[in-house]
Write a protein that binds this ligand. Structure first.
Ligand code: ACO
Length: 376
């Protein structure tokens, strides 16, 4: 019998790493990146400023930001071989699988791939963040039978993403909403995917491998995949008048309602509050107010009936949908946002590494005599 361990299922409440990146106060529903409140960052900063803050420790000055944006812009193109690989994939290939493949493949081209030094990791974080945005859009267009739109040199990160996706210059309102969405997804302490990247990093593996693992963890419907599920739920409901009957039926069937509940925030997810405002503006501006109204009613009914609170993936669904993001790209978009946080955690883990290796509590049979194959 193995020694008894203090099993904590799902590692709930376990503190597994020190981090200077994100201050998550679940009891009071507050979130700050390196001391800056998420509300101020989402409403006033750009994704590039937040990436600089997470990677370099401080918000950039104007001059620093100009140089940093130029580096991000220069890193946007992806190798022709990756575009060729996208063309070889089945048209129905899941964009998250394509993204995982792209990450591994970009590692084979990266000159710093196996260098885990701080300087190399900063270069890789910047490069991979830019390249994955390009890769998401290129794969999407190729699967639709369209040519990829090359990155633009005169657009910021959020605007260029929307441009590469659609081939059209996005409106200022949509760029602002999308930029804020990316910021709100940029970092969130030791969530499942970030923890995955830190576990992989703790073996002294490299950044591309850790990010590929993070993408695998992000894909699941209990994590980043919830946003897509929220939009599919809203489509299933169809119209505001159907919400009450849907909730009644869903609760009677003990159905898990996507976009509700959170392991850490018990009183409310602060990101949800900002996303709700953004979703309202974007849905109304695009003439799709019904998605917002349906979401609000669903929120109220579920909260009243079960006390569950919406999480970050709830209002981001109508927001992304109304600015033209296809539903099965919601999770890749979350990855695009989370790149800054994952890579910052990978850098932090390398700075003070110890192999992450928890124990399992054995529940199988006791010791048994081996029976050779021909006597079984
Ligand atoms: N719908 C219905 N019931 C729920 C939900 C939900 N969304 N969330 C929690 N509950 C209920 C559970 O049934 C359980 O009830 P019980 O005690 O009567 O059995 C109780 O609340 C506790 O639920 P757990 O699953 O144990 O809570 P946990 O902390 O493990 O899970 C999680 C958190 C996974 C986020 C959960 O709330 C969930 O499945 N939500 C839906 C998926 C989702 O939106 N995920 C995105 C999270 S944010 C992010 O990752 C970006």
């Amino acid at each position: 019998m193995a020694e008894q361990s203090g099993l904590i299922k799902g590692l709930e409440g376990v503190v597994a790493a020190e981090t200077a990146l994100c201050d998550l106060d679940g009891a009071n529903g507050r979130l700050a990146y390196r001391g800056y409140d998420i509300d101020e960052l989402a409403r006033q900063a750009s994704y590039e400023e937040v990436a600089h803050l997470l990677w370099r420790g401080e918000l950039p000055t104007r001059a620093q930001l100009d140089g940093f944006c130029a580096e991000l812009t220069a890193a946007r193109p992806i190798p022709d071989q990756l575009l060729a690989a996208f063309r070889l994939l089945p048209k129905k290939a899941d964009p998250m699988r394509a993204l995982q493949m792209a990450t591994a493949m970009l590692g084979t081209f990266d000159p710093d791939a196996t260098d885990n030094s701080q300087e190399a990791n900063l270069r890789k974080a910047l490069r991979l963040t830019s390249q994955l945005a390009t890769a998401i859009c290129a794969h999407h267009r190729i699967r639709l039978g369209q040519e990829p739109v090359p990155p633009s040199k005169d657009l910021g990160h959020a605007a260029d993403f929307l441009f590469m996706l659609t081939g059209e210059r996005p409106s200022a309102v949509n760029v602002r909403a999308f930029d804020a969405g990316l910021i709100l997804y940029a970092e969130h302490e030791l969530n499942a995917s970030t923890f995955t990247t830190r576990v992989i990093t703790s073996t002294l593996s490299d950044m591309h491998s850790a990010v590929a693992g993070g993408i695998g963890a992000m894909k699941g419907p209990l994590h980043g995949g919830a946003g897509e599920a929220v939009m599919l739920t809203l489509k299933e409901i169809g119209q505001v008048e159907n919400v009450d009957a849907f909730v009644e039926k869903a609760l009677a069937a003990k159905r898990r309602l996507m976009g509700f509940g959170h392991r850490v925030y018990r009183g409310g997810d602060p990101r949800q509050v900002i996303l709700r405002d953004l979703a309202e503006a974007a849905c109304r501006q695009s003439g799709q107010g019904m998605w917002y109204e349906m979401a609000v009613r669903l929120h109220e009914r579920v909260n009243r009936a079960k006390g569950l609170i919406p999480n970050v993936d709830f209002y981001s669904a109508p927001l992304f949908y109304s600015i033209g993001i296809p539903v099965d790209l919601f999770t890749p978009v979350i990855v695009a946002g989370r790149m800054a946080g994952w890579t910052a955690h990978i850098i932090e883990q390398h700075q003070d590494n110890r192999l992450i290796r928890p124990r399992g509590q054995y529940t199988g049979p006791g010791r048994r005599l081996f029976v050779p194959l021909d006597r079984r």
